[in-house]
Each structure stands twice: as C-alpha cells, then as structure tokens.
Design a binder for this molecule. Structure first.
Ligand SMILES: NC(=O)c1ccc[n+]([C@@H]2O[C@H](COP(=O)([O-])OP(=O)(O)OC[C@H]3O[C@@H](n4cnc5c(N)ncnc54)[C@H](OP(=O)(O)O)[C@@H]3O)[C@@H](O)[C@H]2O)c1
Length: 237
C-alpha cells in the first residue's frame, strides 16, 4: 500500500444517507470514492462539493455485478488504499410477501445482501494484508424488530448482519473494525412522498446519521463499536 492515499468508499453515494455521508467525509478531508448507478447525481455532488473540497471522486457502479465491482476495485486500488468501506447502497419495495414478485425479491437481496458481500470480498484481502481497515454496513431497525411489508428487505439486512458478525470473529486479530449501523426512519427518497409528507417532522435527518458514522470511523483505538441502533426520539413510524 506504499505511497497510496487512504480513501473511504461509499456505495449508494448518489442519494439520501449515502449523499450525506459523502458530504460529511469529503468536507472532513477524506478522499471519498462515491459509487452508484446514477453517475449524473454523483457528478452534481462533486461540483457542489468543489467550494469545500476536491476530494469527492464519483464512479458509476452497480453493486449487483461482482465482476464490475472487482474491476472497479482493481482500478482504484492502483491509486488509493481503501481504509473504509461503507456499504450503504440499498433498496426495498414496501410490499407484503405475497405481493412481492420474484424479480423484486431478487433485486432487494442482490442489492442489499449480495452487493455488500461482493464489496466486502473485494476489499478484505488488502485489509487483512495491511492489518487494518473499517467496514461499515448500513443495516436497519428491521434487524431489531418486525415490520410488515418488509420481508425480503428484513431478510437481506439480517442476512448481512449475520454475515458480518461471523466475519468480525474471523478477522479479530487483523485489526479490522466491522461496524453495523441500524437506523430507524430517516428522511430520504427511499420513502414515498405520502410517508414523507406525513412523518418527516419526526424522522431522522441523513446528515445526523452521517455525522455519527464519521465519529464511529474516527475512533482509532483498541476497541470497536460493533452494533449501533439509531431511532427517532419519538420511536418507529
Ligand atoms: N431512509 C431510511 O429510513 C433508512 C432506514 C434504515 C436503513 N436505511 C438504509 O440506508 C441505505 C441508504 O438508503 P436511503 O434511505 O438513503 O435511500 P435512497 O435515497 O433511495 O438511496 C439509496 C442509494 O442506494 C443506491 N443503490 C440502489 N441500488 C443500487 C445498485 N444496484 N447499485 C448501486 N447503488 C445502488 C442508490 O443509487 P443509484 O440509484 O444511483 O444506483 C442510492 O444512492 C439503504 O441501505 C437503506 O436500506 C434507510
């Protein structure tokens, strides 16, 4: 990793929590590799951030394709050492199990669960070799509590939690910090306009989630904050 600049790779950086994370980390001086499918939104973030910093680097990447993730990682790791991966890309459908099509279920699991496992698989060998790194997974309060109309989503988030809990034990002696963050309702475009109009006052702001995640990443001692649940003070919707 000699001579390479450290970077934070944020998936799903084009919108919502990922966009807030991009601002928070880039404004704090970190090199941010922001990936998502909508490159035009990432380019907008880059130009909005120009007045503060020049360290947001946008890349088009769909997390459901392992080969393109591996290709992306091989390219960027010629220049950067990914010190932190934030698995944030995610989607849901808000439908009961009986109404979810197979296509919808596949997309949810491929994006939220497999996509995150693919990115982890690409960064892990280097993190093990350099004996350090941080992997932050944006889960959800569905890992804590039952919400109807969220079966595939809950399976994907709880699946990623199970995967990363096992991984955490496997790499304990490698100084790799694995932090699972489970937020409750947050104002982002993942919600319908109807929900946002009705509840946005009591929902959390993505900027506050991003600020907390930066703090968690910045703790560099012989401990790790393993699992974090963040809820609106008034509780779940
Ligand atoms: N908002 C909440 O209340 C809440 C609560 C708990 C957890 N979360 C989690 O927080 C994360 C961010 O969601 P959000 O609320 O900020 O929603 P959002 O505004 O809809 O953002 C989702 C992000 O994921 C990206 N994405 C989706 N599919 C992708 C794919 N196949 N490849 C690459 N990127 C993909 C989107 O980018 P492109 O479309 O440009 O690819 C977008 O940047 C998700 O994992 C979500 O489950 C949200």
């Amino acid at each position: 990793m000699d001579g390479k600049q450290k970077a934070v790779w944020i998936t799903g950086a084009s919108s919502g929590i990922g966009k807030a994370l991009s601002y928070e980390f880039a404004k704090s001086g970190f090199n941010v590799l922001g990936t998502a499918r909508r490159i035009e939104l990432l380019e907008e973030i880059k130009s909005e951030l120009k007045e503060f910093s020049n360290n947001f680097h946008p890349f088009q990447l769909d997390v459901t394709g392992y080969n393109s993730i591996e290709k992306f990682y091989n390219e960027i790791s010629k220049l950067y050492q990914v010190d932190c991966l934030i698995n944030n890309a995610g989607m849901t459908s808000f439908k009961n199990a009986v109404d979810n099509s197979i296509d919808e279920i596949q997309k949810i699991v491929e994006t939220n669960l497999l996509g995150s496992i693919y990115t982890i698989k690409t960064v892990l060998p280097d993190m093990i070799e350099q004996c350090g790194g941080t992997i932050i997974n944006i889960l959800s309060v569905v890992t804590q509590k039952i919400f109807t109309a969220s079966s595939a989503y809950s399976a994907s988030k709880s699946g990623l939690q199970a995967y990363t809990k096992v991984l955490r034990e496997e790499v304990r002696d490698k100084n790799i910090h694995i932090i699972n963050v489970s937020p409750g309702a947050t104002v982002t475009p993942i919600w319908s306009d109807g929900v946002l109009n009705k509840y946005s006052d009591r929902m959390m702001k993505p900027e506050n989630i991003a600020r907390l995640i930066l703090k968690l990443y910045s703790e560099k001692d012989n401990f790790v904050t393993e699992e974090v649940v963040i809820r609106p003070i008034k509780g779940d919707l």
